[in-house]
Design a protein around this ligand. Structure first.
Ligand code: PLP
Length: 422
C-alpha cells in the first residue's frame, strides 16, 4: 500500500504513509487482509449502529440492487424513498412532516441552512443570520465549516467562510451565559436560525450538556420566531440513549438533520426533515420559490432500502434495551477512572463515553492523539482520540467483554502516556 494513489481523509500522508487494508467486517469487528482482527470502538467513524453487516440490511441491499439501483428523484419517485420517509415520520411522531434527501451529514446541514434562508426570503423577511455554538461541528463543506468551530482544520479556507453568531458552549455552571447570548442574538429579529448538536458535540471533543439547556435554547428561539435546527447527524438513531437526543429535552426542532446511523452504517444517505411551515413557504406557483437543491444520487434506492431495513431492525429488535445496557456498562467501567487523577472530564451520554487524559506537557498535546491511536491499534482496537480526549462509541452489538477490553487498554494507555508516566 506504499504507493497508493488514494488520498485519505484527515490524514497527513507524510506522517502516516500506509493505510490498513480491511477485507471484512462482522459485528463489532474489522478484519485486515492479513487476518488481524480489530475491535471497532468508534463504529467506523460513528456510522455503524447495529454492527457491521447486519443480515437484514445486507439482504435489503441485495434485493434492491436486483430491482432498481438509481433513478432521478426530480419528477420521479420509488418505493424505498416513499416508505423510508413515512417510516421516519411515523417513528418521530412529531410535527416534522416533510423529508428531503441528500447523501451525507454535511449536505443534510447545508440543506437545513438553505431551507431556513429560503423560508424567510420567500416570505419577504430579511433574516439571514445563523447562530451556532462554540466547539460546534456540522461538516466539512464551505457552508458547514462556516457554522462550525474555527481552527487548524479550516483556517486555510477562512477567506471563504461566512460569519455566524457564536454562542459560548454551555459548560456546567455556565449555562446562563449561553442562554443570555442566544437571547441577545435573537432580540433584533434578524436571526434566521439556531443550528445546534443536541446534548453532545461530537467532533468538538465529545462535550455534553444537559437536556434542560437544550429545552431553554429551543424556547428562546420559539419566542422570537428563530428557526431551531437540530443537527442529529451523529446523535440520531440512538447514540445518546434515545432515538433522537431532542426527545430527552422534549423539543421538536423546526428542521432536523439525520445521516450517520440512517442506513445502520451501510451506505451513504442523509435526510433533512422539516415542519410544514418550511415546506409551505416554498410551495407556490412561482417557480422562483422552488427549493433549489439536489445532488445526483438524491434518495438512491439501494441506500433508501438499506435505511428501511434499518427501521425494521429498530421496530423488531430490542435496540433501545441494548443501548441502555451499553450505557450501564459505560457507567460501571468509568467508575474506576473517577478516582484516577490521570484522567479528567469523565462523561458519558448513552452509548458514548469520553474522558480526557492529562498529559505531561501541553505542547505535546498535538502529538498525543496519534500516539494514542497507534497504541490502541497495537492493542487490537480501533480508537481515534480527539487530542487527549479518548472516547468510545461502539456499535450496539458490542458485548461487555469487548467494552472491557477497550477500558483495559485505556488504563494501560494512562500508564504509558499519562502525566507522570516515564
Ligand atoms: C459527522 C457530522 C456531520 C457531517 O457528516 P458527514 O456525513 O461526514 O458529511 C455533521 N454534523 C455532525 C454533528 C456530525 O457529527
Amino acid at each position: 500500500m506504499t504507493s497508493s494513489p488514494v488520498w485519505h481523509p484527515f490524514t497527513q500522508h507524510a506522517l502516516q504513509p500506509t493505510a490498513i487494508e480491511i477485507m471484512r467486517g462482522e459485528g463489532a469487528w474489522l478484519e485486515t487482509r492479513e487476518g488481524t482482527r480489530l475491535l471497532d470502538m468508534i463504529s467506523s467513524w460513528w456510522v455503524v449502529t447495529h454492527g457491521h453487516r447486519h443480515p437484514r440490511i445486507v439482504q435489503a441491499i441485495k434485493d434492491q440492487a436486483d430491482l432498481l439501483a438509481q433513478v432521478i428523484l426530480a419528477g420521479f419517485t420509488h418505493a424505498p424513498a416513499e416508505e423510508l420517509a413515512r417510516r421516519l415520520i411515523a417513528r418521530l411522531n412529531s410535527s416534522l412532516a416533510h423529508v428531503f434527501y441528500s447523501d451525507s451529514g454535511s449536505t443534510s446541514v447545508e440543506v437545513a441552512l438553505k431551507m431556513a434562508l429560503g423560508f424567510w426570503r420567500n416570505q419577504g423577511e430579511q433574516r439571514t443570520k445563523i447562530i451556532a455554538l462554540e466547539h460546534a461541528y456540522h461538516g466539512d463543506t464551505i457552508g458547514t465549516m462556516s457554522t462550525g468551530a474555527r481552527g487548524v482544520f479550516n483556517s486555510a479556507y477562512d477567506p471563504l467562510l461566512f460569519d455566524v453568531v457564536r454562542l459560548p458552549f454551555p459548560h456546567e455552571g455556565c449555562e446562563a451565559a449561553t442562554l443570555d447570548a442566544l437571547s441577545r442574538a435573537c432580540a433584533d429579529g434578524a436571526a434566521a436560525a439556531l443550528l445546534v448538536e443536541p446534548l453532545l458535540l461530537g467532533a468538538g471533543g465529545m462535550l455534553t450538556y444537559a437536556p434542560p439547556v437544550l429545552r431553554a435554547m429551543h424556547a428562546i428561539c420559539a419566542a422570537s420566531g428563530t428557526l431551531f435546527i437540530a443537527d442529529e447527524v451523529m446523535t440520531g438513531f440512538g447514540r445518546t440513549g434515545t432515538f433522537l437526543a431532542c426527545e430527552q429535552a422534549g423539543v421538536t426542532p423546526d428542521i432536523l438533520c439525520l445521516a450517520k446511523g440512517i442506513t445502520g452504517g451501510s451506505l451513504p444517505l442523509a435526510v433533512t426533515l422539516c415542519q410544514a411551515a418550511i415546506f409551505d413557504a416554498h410551495y407556490s406557483r412561482d417557480r422562483a420559490k422552488t427549493f433549489f437543491h439536489s445532488s445526483s444520487y438524491t434518495a438512491n434506492p439501494i441506500a433508501c432500502a438499506a435505511a428501511v431495513a434499518n427501521m425494521d431492525v429498530w421496530d423488531t429488535e430490542p435496540v433501545i434495551d441494548r443501548i441502555a445496557q451499553i450505557s450501564q456498562w459505560h457507567s460501571g467501567f468509568l467508575d474506576r477512572f473517577r478516582t484516577d487523577s490521570r484522567f479528567s472530564g469523565i462523561r458519558h451520554c448513552g452509548t458514548i463515553a469520553a474522558l480526557d487524559l492529562r498529559v505531561a506537557d501541553e505542547g505535546y498535546l498535538a502529538g498525543i492523539g496519534p500516539s494514542l491511536y497507534d497504541f490502541f491499534l497495537a492493542c487490537g482496537l480501533l480508537l481515534r482520540p480527539l487530542g487527549n480526549t479518548i472516547y468510545l462509541m461502539p456499535p450496539y452489538c458490542v458485548t461487555e467483554d469487548e467494552l472491557g477490553r477497550a477500558y483495559a487498554a485505556i488504563a494501560e494507555a494512562a500508564d504509558t502516556f499519562g502525566r507522570g508516566a516515564s
